[in-house]
Design a protein around this ligand. Sequence first.
Ligand code: HEM
Length: 468
Amino acid sequence: MAQPTSDPIHLPPGPRAPRLVQGIRFLTARRAVVGGLARRYGSAATLNLPIFGRAVLISDPTLIKDLFTTGPELVGRATNLGEVLGPGSTFSLDGEEHRERRKLLVPPFHGKRMHSYESIIEEEVMREIADWPEGVEFATLPSMMRITLNAILRAVFGAEGAAFDELREQLPQLVEVGSRIALLPRFFRRDLGPRTPGGTMHRHRRRYDQIVDGLIADARRDPAFDERSDVLSLMLRARYEDGSAISDRHIADELLTLLTAGHETTATTLAWLIERVRRHPQLLERLTEEADAGGSELQQATIWEVQRLRPVIDGTSRRALQRIRLGEWVIPEGHVVIVSIPQAHANPDRFTGPSLFDPDRFIGNPPDNYAWIPFGGGIRRCIGAAFANMEMNVTLRILLREFTIVPTTAAGERYHSRGIANAPGDGGRVVVYRRSVTAPPEGWGAAGNLLGTASGGQSSVQQNARAD
Ligand code: HEM
């Protein structure tokens, strides 16, 4: 772990361009910039960025482990997301307050509890795929967005009926305007009139608070309140160490946080999952065989590998609360340390042939918590990791059971930034045939870019592990 120190400051080297220039490059071509920095400066570099100020970018697993295992007295949160989500959001809390909140929030998201949410995901996936067309190519991302939004509204908010419908309509608008202005200076978040971004956000937020107040009142009135397993009810029943409850306002902030953090991230990963497996026909065939036989080992390994090679969040960050030593570097108080997730996942010492998409690397060999970090790490590691993992497993299992997914030789989709998460640029396009109803036509030629057969005909892209 990082240590407090009074040694002279010693920062890694980095580009000398003015802060604004570095900021524009970082914002417009983050992935290319970070890749270029890694090639030029190795696994640590110092940047000078408009919002963060001087920031140290790291991708070395030893440094990452040191940072993630450092206590809250030395490093704290570094983003201003909490200013948009509200003071009761986990993203707004530090130190003891953050520890206490996580103690209450982690049990509802514990792996074992996830079974109780599986049927919700199953219902949502079945409802969504009922209208999927056969034999024509379409983007899966909109479907994945609806599945993950509805799943959180039901499993986390405990919403149904009119409240569910209104939240489903209203929340994406609130999240969209919120994520657009989250990175702007505080001035733009003020309510400066109905047509300004700040005004729009505050209007949506007032309506959101009213709906959540209604859900809280309904839950308290529910005769089956004690048996309810939605996260809202679990939070209402939870008590801090001194016996006090989480306030209703903090619950509203936290539910919005869970939705913002968990909706697009899971949907975009699912779209990448489709995008990747379609380009690996042999893998697709093995996945189908495994699902038919009731197995899930390769499916889980495939999800882990998609998250390694297509992480939807580029990085996570911590702010040094005092001068710290991190490996050979001495980082002054106030500096931000950014962990580059894609660069960490491209480390050849931790992943053989890191640019190859090869789920078999994880068979019998689960990911290491400090080398494989799509969910971040340490005391701020993603609270919803088990929920997202369950949701992706259930969704993929149903898709493999219901459909023949048609492979493609098309080039991989490019990254497209949606603000919070990176999505496949064409939305994770797919061609499917219903397994129970229609057999795919001979050669699967309907979409013009297809190959192979359901029984595993030879093709030029039959290798699982193919250069990315
Ligand atoms: C594939 C889907 C997901 C990905 C890739 C993802 C990724 C992340 C990452 C990188 C962080 C920052 C961790 C750090 O700073 O070390 C994070 C934090 C967080 N995530 Fe997720 N997440 C996903 C799904 C979810 C879901 C489904 C939920 C809840 C329903 C959720 C709730 C949270 C919360 C509350 C935090 C803040 C934790 C804290 O600051 O203590 N996430 N997530």
